[in-house]
Write a protein that binds this ligand. Structure first.
Ligand code: AMP
Length: 569
């Protein structure tokens, strides 16, 4: 295929912000691509030359692009930088300088997508001496035979900044639109195939052949995979109700997810739930895998949890988070922050995918190949029961053992990569809760006129004792007193404490402590604390508590960091 044709698609996609329109443009392109020998061209739509599971990177800096442009256009690097400052996009600069040059010279060579793929695919492989020159030569070769538009997208691709607004969901929809009938079943089949393969060329190839072929998509050990996620349960009873009886209870370890892969050749790779490979950071875990798991090939889902090397007490996730990123002094870190692997699922074993098998069977297979060794690697603590009391006891024990809570799993369910599912639930004591003090309030309007219905909440700076605002809550309370904690009840308590009024707003002596449940914490310039709670709800009055008992700035900061990390790992 001519690269020019692809660039025309890029241009169209860039011009059309609507997702529907983008899907249509992509689908039309895929209908053409279907007849090509190299379906890999589909990677170029994401500005890549490798499937999503690959971590290979071009490793090209803006400086190198400038050099390549200088070499292929004859315009000085200085002038290119000046243009870059003006346009703010090296892609546009490339279009400008290459187009200018092409006005004066005839170019006979026509760039094909195959040539683009060939040169770009060599880039991540280059290492060692002379790398920069070799990279420069590969890029300049392309730019020399490129038109202005082509140069623009070559540069943008190299800088991982295609600016065409195409996410993987749009490609998925376009595949369905291009080669299958548009319905939910087909959409799901394409999505599931993609979840297993993380490779759009492969998914497209299968989709062309039909839905049966999509269903045959296999897992490949060594390729990162999106893990299955859990929903929340409110209680043990709620858990039973939703996953059925008997149910499987497991400790919910407070660490981070590790997907452990061993391929047929015996290569071990470890991925986080963000699909980052962390094998190098965890040679200790690689050793445990070799020592304690007896099978030729597998993909095992697990949680690694830190513990104190002296007391052997389990640690919270944030205490070991540095192990994920640290790439030096690893031996020292292993001693200071050892981790234990708790395996809880198996997706692939000795050449066969297991994700369609019921959880109970997978769990048995997993337990059959693991030699449990505490503080190294073991199968997750587990209880299969229909008895609420027994389950409750297990839950309490998990908390006593310093873990976060329990997971409640349906025994017959399959493993759904990338999905948040209702057959695996998490139960933790109380999530995201702080006690805070009311330092201000605001009168409502309409039917809440005369009632203080929004409350300014503050935490305490543990060093200075100062109270710092962290958000406003106006939900969680009842309209009528007989229904529970109500706006009127709090209003009555606040009124005698008002120190000043401005319009509808009042300032209040910090006496009323409330329990707040929230979804998330964000950094925020709006409040003095520098943080804001997202979706705070008042759930209880805490008359037994004073400002000395409320959450401190440090606690909020710690929780913020923990949540941030949890989002990523
Ligand atoms: P959360 O991070 O609160 O959404 O809870 C789900 C997470 O709990 C999973 O992504 C795992 O990382 C972790 N986890 C800990 N123990 C288990 C277990 N036994 N089974 C499944 N997930 C677990």
């Amino acid at each position: 295929m001519l690269y020019k044709e692809l660039c025309e698609v890029y241009e169209e996609l860039e011009k059309n912000p609507s997702r529907l329109k983008k899907t249509e443009i992509l689908a039309n392109f895929l209908k053409k691509l279907k007849h090509e020998k190299h379906l890999e061209i589909i990677y170029l739509l994401q500005g890549k030359t490798f499937p999503d599971y690959s971590e290979k990177e071009f490793g090209i800096s803006e400086q190198l692009c400038i050099k390549a442009l200088e070499k292929s256009s004859g315009i000085s690097a200085k002038d290119i930088v000046l243009k870059w400052k003006k346009y703010g996009d090296l892609g546009l600069v490339a279009e400008n300088v290459i187009w200018g040059k092409k006005q004066n010279t005839l170019f006979s060579k026509r760039l094909t997508t195959e040539k683009i793929l060939e040169n770009l695919k060599k880039l991540p492989e280059l290492v060692g001496k002379g790398t920069v020159d070799k990279k420069l030569a590969l890029i300049s070769e392309l730019l020399t035979s490129a038109s202005g538009i082509e140069a623009k997208y070559i540069i943008r691709t190299l800088l991982n900044d295609l600016r065409i607004g195409v996410a993987s969901g749009t490609i998925r929809d376009a595949i369905v639109e291009a080669v299958l009938e548009k319905n939910n079943e087909n959409l799901e089949a394409v999505q599931q195939s993609y979840d297993k393969a993380n490779d759009f060329a492969l998914v497209f190839e299968k989709a062309i052949k039909g839905i049966k072929e999509l269903h045959k998509t296999e897992l490949v050990p060594g390729h990162p995979l999106k893990v299955m996620l859990a929903l929340k349960a409110e209680s043990i009873a709620d858990g039973f109700e939703r996953v059925g009886k008997p149910a499987c209870f497991e400790y919910k370890y407070d660490g981070f997810r590790m997907l452990i892969n061993k391929d047929e050749k015996g290569n071990i790779k470890i991925f986080t739930r963000r699909l980052d490979e962390v094998t190098k950071q965890f040679p200790d875990v690689v050793k445990y895998i070799k020592e304690n798991i007896k099978a030729k090939s597998f993909i095992i889902d697990s949680e690694s949890v830190g513990y104190d090397p002296k007391t052997k007490r389990y640690k919270q996730f944030q205490d070991i988070s540095q192990r994920i990123r640290r790439k030096y002094d690893i031996d020292k870190l292993i001693k200071e922050l050892p981790v234990e692997i708790n395996a809880f699922d198996i997706l692939y074993l000795n050449g066969k995918s297991l994700i369609e098998e019921p959880f109970e069977k997978r769990s048995k297979l997993l337990r059959g190949i693991i030699d449990n060794k505490k503080y190294h690697l073991q199968a997750a603590e587990q209880l299969i029961t229909s008895d609420e009391k027994e389950a409750e006891k297990f839950y309490k024990q998990a908390l006593k053992d310093n873990q976060e809570g329990v997971m409640i799993k349906n025994l017959n369910s399959k493993y759904q990569p990338g999905a948040r599912v209702g057959h695996m639930l998490k139960l933790k004591p109380v999530e995201n809760e702080f006690d805070l003090v009311i330092t201000g309030a605001e009168y409502g309007t309409g039917k809440r006129a005369g009632i203080l219905s929004s409350y300014t909440l503050s935490c305490r700076n543990e060093k200075t004792g100062e109270l710092l605002e962290i958000g406003k809550a106006s939900t969680g309370l009842k309209e009528k007193e007989e229904m529970g904690l109500s706006y009127t009840e709090i209003t009555k308590k606040i009124k005698p404490l008002i120190t000043s009024e401005h319009g509808r707003e009042v300032k209040v002596k910090p006496k009323i402590v409330v329990t707040i449940i929230f979804q998330n914490i964000q950094r925020s310039p709006t409040y003095e604390s520098g943080f804001a709670l997202r979706f705070p709800r008042v759930t209880a009055l805490r008359p037994d508590r004073t400002v000395h008992d409320i959450a401190t700035l440090k606690e909020i900061e710690d929780e913020y960091k923990r949540m941030e990390l949890k989002i990523h790992y």
